[in-house]
Ligand binder design. Structure first.
Ligand code: NDX
Length: 256
């Protein structure tokens, strides 16, 4: 059966941190090529409908930790914190796998990025799940620790913002439409990347609640992945819409 191998979690977390830096260097100047940043629009080969793509890509991030949690023998019953935290992670990816894809009106997604995205979700799902189910040790009263409670609060706040913003984006299109409009309402009043802002707050909340290296590495990865993307979205809007709200920032309300 599986054990906590000493050294594995720090090694995998460092690699995740390195991937984050690679990502930053690749996508700071040029955006990752999907959605509004894909150059050639009429290239049906090499792309998969958004629904299938997001479902396939995100599924491992739900399945891998859920299976680790369910199949561990003997089951991990103590401390409660570990199971709760693993459930939080799975809860986000339940939404991202089983709800988000079925409502998306996004353009078909490039197969090549889908491949790397899926690999990434397997990797990260394993790292977070393995750490929480096999390695993490929390005091039995972790659920009342200020790090757990404040982190949980941030996680829930971020998730709320993320889901609400996903919804606002979806409502910009009628079914079958693929054009871009100016997002309005919610946190889009203040930033172009409201969905990304929510997601980043969410994973930093998770990192604080778990107070762990893998979760901080993932929060950092998220920041390096969708932070630049928010900036590229913002530039795209300013270039495309002359009436784009002048006071709107890229990612962080009132700041940047
Ligand atoms: N998926 C996380 N890296 C990523 C897919 C891409 O969950 O090779 C990371 C995730 C992957 C990435 C994933 C990992 C790294 C990869 C990268 C590709 C390259 C990169 C593999 C796995 C890589 C190395 C080198 C390290 C290996 O037509 P459309 O699609 O544009 O429509 C959009 C629509 N929309 C609008 N509609 C009308 N008017 C407008 N103005 C509109 N603006 C947008 O809304 C979409 O249908 C929808 C959302 O679009 P957008 O662009 O705002 O968000 P999107 O980037 O598609 O993300 C969707 C959600 C969002 O809530 C976000 O927070 C979350 O997923 N997300 C996304 C990426 C990563 C991530 C979370 C995370 O790191 N936690």
């Amino acid at each position: 059966s599986m054990h906590c191998l000493p050294g594995l979690v720090p090694a995998l977390s460092s690699l995740l941190g390195a991937l984050a830096l690679l990502q930053l260097s690749l996508y700071l100047r040029v955006p990752s090529r999907y959605g509004k940043h894909e150059e050639r629009l009429c290239r049906p080969r090499g792309r998969l409908p958004a629904r299938c793509a997001w479902f396939v890509q995100e599924l491992p991030s739900f399945l891998v930790p859920a299976l680790l949690l369910a199949l561990r023998s003997p089951p991990r019953l103590e401390p409660l914190g570990c199971r709760l935290l693993c459930c939080l992670f799975c809860w986000h990816y339940f939404y991202r796998t089983f709800i988000y894809p079925f409502f998306t009106r996004g353009r078909p997604f490039p197969l090549q990025l889908l491949f790397f995205g899926t690999l990434f979700c397997i990797y990260n799902g394993f790292l977070q799940g393995y750490y929480l189910i096999y390695c993490a040790e929390y005091p039995n009263d972790w659920c009342t620790d200020i790090r757990f409670t404040s982190g949980l609060l941030l996680f829930l706040l971020g998730m709320g913002i993320n889901i609400h913003s996903d919804l606002l984006l979806r409502q910009l299109r009628k079914p079958g439409e693929v054009t871009y409009k100016i997002p309005q309402g919610g946190l889009f009043t203040y930033v172009s990347g409201a969905n990304y802002f929510g997601e980043i707050v969410e994973w930093f909340g998770f990192a604080i609640a778990t107070w762990s290296l893998p979760a901080f590495a993932f929060a950092f990865f998220t920041l390096c992945c969708i932070g630049p993307r928010a900036y590229h979205h913002h530039r795209y809007y300013l270039k495309t819409f002359t009436d784009y709200p002048k006071s709107r920032k890229a990612l962080i309300p009132f700041v940047f």
